[in-house]
Design a protein. Structure first.
Length: 122
């Protein structure tokens, strides 16, 4: 059986967005081109940032109706990450709050993609 191992986010400027995500991940990309940047993680997942201005780019969709999520070990880690991201200027769309699944918050990247931080589902 095949499992997903790549998430693509459509962005205006992949190299600019890479600077944002490099700060979030505290790690440089494994590939960086004017129209595509990739970050690879130890768990096998790759995050690709693909330019909406790339040759042959096509998408009929609009808006940001998905989230990139970081599940961290506990509520203290959620609070710590929220405070850190606020201190480095990351836009917080939804402040810390208790959802049905636990403590969470949502940040935005430079293109408006939602980035959620929460604890793992039990």
């Amino acid at each position: 059986m095949q499992y997903p191992n790549l998430i693509l986010l459509y962005v205006e400027d992949p190299l600019r967005s890479a600077q944002f995500y490099e700060q979030m991940f505290d790690s440089p990309p494994v590939a960086a081109y004017p129209t595509y940047v990739a970050f690879k993680f130890p768990n096998g997942l790759t995050l690709g940032l693909w330019s909406v201005k790339a040759k042959n780019f096509a998408s009929g969709g609009t808006g940001h109706r998905s989230e990139l999520a970081f599940m961290v070990q506990d509520d203290d880690a959620v609070r710590t990450l929220c405070e850190h991201w606020q201190n480095v200027g990351v836009q917080i769309e939804q402040d810390l709050h208790k959802a049905v699944f636990g403590l969470t918050f949502v940040a935005l990247d430079l293109d408006g993609h939602r980035i959620r931080v929460c604890t793992p589902d039990d």
